[in-house]
Design a protein around this ligand. Sequence first.
Ligand SMILES: [Zn+2]
Length: 396
Amino acid sequence: MQPEDETGSLADEIQRTVEDAYLKLQPICRPGVRSNNVTEWTVLAGVVAVDQNSNMDKLRLISIATGVKSLPDTELKRSNGKILHDCHAEILAIRGLNRVLLEHANYLKTTGEVATDLLVFDSYSNTFRLKEMWGLALYISALPCGDASMTTLRTEASSDNETQAVVVDESDLIQYVDGTNKTILRGRMNYEKLGIVRTKPGRIDSLLTLSKSCSDKLCIKQVTSILNCMTWSLITGPVYLKYLIIPLENVAEELHLQRSLHKRIENVNMVPMKILKCHNRFLHSKSEKAQEPSAMASVKLFFNLPNLETSEQAILNGLRNGFYTKKEKPLRKNSETIVSRYAQWKFFQKLNPEITAGQSYLEFKRSQHDRKCLIEKTKRYLSPDGWISTHVDNVN
Ligand SMILES: [Zn+2]
């Protein structure tokens, strides 16, 4: 383990790298000021590769994302993989990493080259691996929603609808998504209850989302790796996050992160992250109660490949900005984002016609037995009463 000043400076360097890239996004991707003069806030996240061989001072930015919204479960009925159900920044940034890895695998396969700056191709096993020099870091400008951030709500508990931080009686069924499942709570309901799976927070009067909190999703990724089912099948050896960088405000926040992301799953085979504190607060984080969350999300991917440098998209309601149609209408052509399930699966099908022939996305995902078992085992551990799944969102 490095001394505090070294890990501290690494955390600050990563934060600066992500925020510098954020400042270069097109203005539509950043929070604005509404016509009633209310300023907006958002969360920023990024995945950065850290060179483990050079005193950790060489960084390679892979993806950045902003966003704080998730969609109601009912929206998924017309999705066919095109709608991003969960637009929280850290989840989008991880999707971005997977998309970058797919592009790198495609580049190596089509050019016959042996390596990119991220991946190496092993012709003997016909698989790829992440270059050994890299350790992956996830920066988030705020505590992940759900269990890891529940204790900070004690100081914020208010009548603010958006926080939905209310204490309810243990017998009150309003706190549950499904009254027969007592191990999954709705958003910030009964926020004093710790170590429990929660759905994404939202206004109490909004339609229910079944997307799970970022705390719960990060827990699962520490067991199953940060790879999705497609990159999992291409890349040898699971790839885990090595560092989590957050502008922690006090020791209590760090202890709760440890409790929520590590102790909660210590009896499952998981790979812990190094939780490092960065010192600068993100420019557009929430600083006043009167501020409103930005509806816009965004993602920018840093491919660094010949002829494919970067790709940047503003995202509204889970689709490319400008492409949203009212609920009763079908989705417009090309409305999906570059990190959507649809876009990634179509790309993966072209890359691997022999593996994907005749299979839908979900059939392929279910065929990965080891990965599926790991996910199911972790979900059972996190929520002994069972898992409440989101609406089926398949791509043919
Ligand atoms: Zn979240």
